[in-house]
Design a protein around this ligand. Sequence first.
Ligand SMILES: NC(=O)c1ccc[n+]([C@@H]2O[C@H](COP(=O)([O-])OP(=O)(O)OC[C@H]3O[C@@H](n4cnc5c(N)ncnc54)[C@H](O)[C@@H]3O)[C@@H](O)[C@H]2O)c1
Ligand SMILES: N[C@H](CO)Cc1c[nH]c[nH+]1
Ligand SMILES: [Zn+2]
Length: 430
Amino acid sequence: MYQWSQLNQAQQQGILERPVQGQSAQLERQVAAIIEQVRSQGDAAVLELTAKYDGVELDSLRYPSAAIKARAAQLDGATKAAIDTAYATIKTFHQAQQPQPISIETAPGVVCQQKFHPLDAVGLYIPGGTAVLPSTALMLGVPAQLAGCQRKVLVSPPDAEGQLAPAICYVASLCEIDEVYLCGGAQAIAALAYGTDSIAPVLKIFGPGNSYVTAAKQFVAQDPAGCAIDMPAGPSELLVIADESARPAYVAADLLSQAEHGSDSQVILVSPSATLVEQVAQQVEQQLAELPRRGIAAQALQASALIVTDDLAQALAISQSYAPEHLSVQLDDAEQVLPQLTTAGSIFVGHYTPESGGDYATGTNHVLPTYGFARNHNSLGLLDFYRRYTVQKASREGLEGLAAAIINLAETESLRAHARAVSIRLEDSL
Ligand SMILES: NC(=O)c1ccc[n+]([C@@H]2O[C@H](COP(=O)([O-])OP(=O)(O)OC[C@H]3O[C@@H](n4cnc5c(N)ncnc54)[C@H](O)[C@@H]3O)[C@@H](O)[C@H]2O)c1
Ligand SMILES: N[C@H](CO)Cc1c[nH]c[nH+]1
Ligand SMILES: [Zn+2]
């Protein structure tokens, strides 16, 4: 628990530093070595690394369509119904994001268009290290399906029996995904980006993951021979802004909901009320003791903070500078401060919008930028599954109208051939 104004700048920065940052050089070296191993040895490397990190010896990476169908059929009715509910809300919200092509005359006789084409081959990474996340399969599968991506390749680490969870198989069936491989971590990202004998490369990789997955995505995105990625979506984060109107038990439950994701998750409460902060601290302790994943959550809490601010304005400023993946605003008049809260992956407004609502079923996408990338990266949406490009057509009259400007600019840049490409056309008699 910290009193913000009593800390110096370095201490303030230290509190808001993401836990994983300290290990990043070593992490990058390890991930680079895994990627190199997959590039040089292909499937054999992925199988070997799966045995090493997931503890499962597989004969092949491909999970057959028949197994997907059979496992999906094993899922109980209540979970199927829950997935159907989430599928419907996510579909509704993403369907409304359909990109609109543009066609406009920019000058007489000159028409410009903006078009969208679904990415032909997308890789969907579904984490599976410490928790099975069918909800993430929905968050990636639904927009890929709506966009009409031709190849949707799902990868996820195998369970201890070398299988994929029935709930993920059910989501795969709903989203019409039948190309599935059992692999995870940096090796799965390398296989998707560069291809192996059994996995053809994709154009873009989507999905969250632990720090190995995220570092590998960043690695392949920087390599011209690699592929595009959605964003760095790493260990979960939540920042809660709350005042005395908040219920301490709700705030604590929300903080723990993200702390339980992984030991490198980070949760932060900022509040102008010292009383609330103390009550939340007590609630966290009480509720933590009851959680099956209390070991993981307790570790995440080590790098987390409860911060008392001078006033609400200071709490808002901390949130803006931290740029959380998830921001929960638990104030009676939460909507009033929203215009000042522009820097977060997804915002949860009021006392009855728990962060876990967005994780599963409000309809927003839960794949969000972490590590402060919410400062300049988008939350995942339908548009990410398209490539945007432009088209232009000029008539002779259109070119005549723009010729003086184009030729002048080309000469200003001393690019004579550019100018000539215009004048040569206009010199031709009709
Ligand atoms: N930001 C988001 O949108 C979002 C959404 C959902 C989940 N998440 C995050 O995703 C993460 C999921 O992590 P996870 O670990 O459960 O699953 P994961 O699938 O991301 O990672 C598991 C893989 O990590 C690799 N691995 C584990 N230990 C390793 C080691 N020592 N060296 C090399 N590779 C190793 C293994 O290959 C394993 O298959 C959590 O941190 C969670 O917070 C984020
Ligand atoms: N909170 C995670 C995003 O950071 C998403 C998730 C999946 N399942 C539960 N939660
Ligand atoms: Zn969550």
